[in-house]
Design a protein around this ligand. Structure first.
Ligand code: 13P
Length: 250
């Protein structure tokens, strides 16, 4: 449906001094990729990552940004700063930021709007906790997350947004959603986008799955109709594993 995108989310791993060589290794290992390949890195790794990605097919993303343009926000990083560095993507609303950094559906929306206005491609994370899944409210919750995330985003911008479905119970746990569980929610997200915009817009949006996706389980997930890629944590830290996932996305 949407363009295939495999994005690594390094989280708080790897040093700036390791970054250049590692991004080069990823570029080499994923040569000839039939999908977009993205490494999302900590802020301090972005400059060497962008440098290493120059002249290759690899794109670089940040893991967060602030929704204001500039000003007295100690410790924060703006969309202009990321764009100025040569960053193309930015992860917004990861469940870890929602849990530990007061990220809300409202701040997620502001960040999406800001990122789009500066030419950055947002990778917007949505997903339910185990309690929410067991209570049978997964779709209701994700519908709220999607509606609030896309509030005020016109259709011509909405098609640029990447949605990552990341069930919280599958992140870093080794407990992947089954292919069918992941497809069910990604298909649901496509329908929600169709209701918000129209079918053509919904089909154009890249919908990724994330949560313990690895070299072994990626093929089944990526073969599903509504799964257009992956947001990869742990397995993005080893170039051969990441390259196997990239190779499965075509
Ligand atoms: P893991 O692949 O380590 O489960 O992390 C997934 C994730 O949170 C990507 O954003």
């Amino acid at each position: 449906m949407g363009k295939y995108i495999i994005a690594g989310n390094w989280k708080m791993n790897k040093l700036p001094s390791e970054t250049y060589d590692f991004v080069k290794e990823v570029a080499e290992a994923t040569k000839g990729a039939e999908c977009e390949v993205v490494c999302c890195t900590p802020y301090v790794c972005l400059a060497p990552a962008v440098e290493a990605a120059k002249g290759t097919h690899v794109k670089i993303g940040a893991e967060n940004l602030h929704f204001e343009d500039s000003g007295a926000f100690t410790g924060e990083v703006s969309a202009d700063m990321l764009a100025d560095l040569g960053v193309d993507y930015v992860i917004i609303g990861h469940s870890e930021r929602r849990a530990y950094n007061n990220e809300t559906d409202e701040t997620v929306n502001k960040k999406i709007v800001k990122a789009l206005s500066k030419g950055l491609i947002p990778i917007v994370c949505v997903g339910e906790s185990l309690e929410e899944r067991e209570a049978g409210i997964t779709m209701d919750l994700i519908s709220i997350q999607i509606k609030k995330a896309f509030a005020g985003v016109p259709a011509e911008d909405a098609v640029k947004v990447v949605v990552a479905y990341e069930p919280i119970w599958a992140i870093g746990t080794g407990r992947t959603a089954t292919d069918d569980q992941a497809e069910e929610v990604c298909c649901g997200i496509r329908h929600m986008l169709s209701d918000l915009y129209d079918e053509a817009a919904a089909k154009a949006v890249t919908i990724q799955y994330g949560g313990s996706m690895n070299a072994k389980n990626c093929a089944g997930l990526l073969a599903k109709e509504n799964i257009d890629g992956g947001l990869i944590g742990g397995a993005s830290l080893k170039a051969p594993d990441f390259a196997t996932i990239v190779a499965a996305a075509k």
